[in-house]
Design a protein around this ligand. Sequence first.
Ligand code: GCB
Length: 594
Amino acid sequence: MMLRPQDTSTRERKNLNGLWQFVLDPDRRGRAAGWQSAALVAARGMPVPASYNDVAADAAVRDHVGPVWYQRTVWVPAGWAGRRIVLHLESATHRATVWVNDAEVVSHEGGYTPFEVDVTDHVTPGRQSRITVEVDNTLTFQTIPPGLVEETDHGKRQRYWHDFFNYAGLHRSVWLYSTDPAHLSDVTVVTDLDGTDGVIHYDVTAEAGPDTRVTVVLHDAEGNQVATGEGADGTLTVPQVHRWAPGDGYLYDLELLLWRGEDLLDSYHQSVGVRTVRVDGIRFLINDEPFYFTGFGKHEDVPVIGKGHNDAYLVHDFELLDWIGANSFRTSHYPYSEDVIDYADRHGIVLIDETAAVGLNMGLGGGIFGAQGYTTFSPETANEVTQQVHAQAIRELIARDKNHPSVVLWSIANEPESETEAAEHYFRPLFDVAREADPTRPVGFVNVMLAPYGTCRVSQFADVLMLNRYYGWYVQTGDLDAAEAAWEAELRGWAGENKPIIITEYGADTYPGLHSVVANSPWTEEYQVEYLDMNHRVFDRIDAVVGEQVWNFADFTTSSGIMRVGGNRKGVFTRDRQPKAAAHALRRRWRGGR
Ligand code: GCB
């Protein structure tokens, strides 16, 4: 239960972004030595938000395995005397422990969801406080995503089964904020349509005494009051509602007010997009209209900053989505910054929202990744503890993003092992976890080519089939005729399941500037276009296909290996967002004459 920090008439935030002091702790000495209790020794400046890996020009930083320490001081505003003061971190990848002055205040597991702690008793308004965060990037069989640290003669080496670089650090904003001791603590909104009326169910929680009460006020985007409500939960009706719809990110503002008598104790603004999502046979319905996803799997990945959130890239990427005619993307392969989700709400971009459960598949070796020879699900590898951590990751994702109209589908994992009995046992309860946390949205997971039609034992639990396929790239390489036949044959199998199918990945590595006049020449810009055309011919022949998301929006950084040339090159844009030929081809398909 958490509300994202916000400035309102009763709330005040202080942003703690900027340069922090930073040291590596490869030998895990910091805790025993009490590094939180003094200024970090021999520290360098490190920007927040950013991954630390590429900021220093130093392999020891880039390839570091284990804890790092961030530290800064903050003046706690004098005006916050008597208020409740909270420290909020939007993410710390992959786990963190936080101290305020000498006191340990909170720890959090999972690199892509927020956490916060009441620090009122540990700070003094009008004085400075020291904030220290130990951030650990280690991945094990009991983390999401999983990994493995190998002790080699040359030091520790982090191995993992996912195809993107293990960037780490404080990737998103850090806040200190204040509220009244009696405060709002959460809100859930669920919307519906009744003819031309919009229906908004709301449920507010507060940490406040029995002598308090909640009211709500709904404004439209022009600021007109359209409905009010009394009590912590209820239903509002909006006549002639302006729906949230793909391409039309219309948002109402639901103001939550917490009162004691006539005194306003707390207020919070929750934006609300009124829309419905439903699966009906092979159709994916938004506002009861069939929706066809166009777009990409993306990454949070940019030069220097790594996985740090950056507003310039946020806006630019959405401009490029608009330019190319994409109406959606998947937050592959982890929950993205809340700034991204908010922006999608406002711009009518549809999201498939994914947990960080990527690489739960030790069969995915093939020379791409550096750790072969393990069994995915076993007492020693991904086990019941992993499953619990995974369940928690699902809960935290849904708790964070439940109120976003842009999010229409939960993806609880990317390309896990799914063809075994062990996988079936592992995943069955996780679908229940997702449905319990959110009964309103469809739930799925992303199926891998290693579990083709007829072999997958997990897709039976999914409302929507999400498939990643690389016919013409990893198989039938450079033979698009053979690829087309094989792909269509498999897809026709899935189409018999009577569920909507979204192709969540299809793509070909493409080295920008490499060309050929001869067809079927992998790595060239021409081949990427031919490859996409082939896929589109197949999709257009199969009614159950309700979406196409190309892998990937842009080139991105991976661990090193002989299958990757300066990272994964399946971007339709380069890492610095220049279009490859395929960008223009996709634009013609997705925008048509527009
Ligand atoms: C996949 C993965 C994605 C990889 C991609 C590739 O199936 O989901 O993370 O980057 O293939 O390019 O191999």
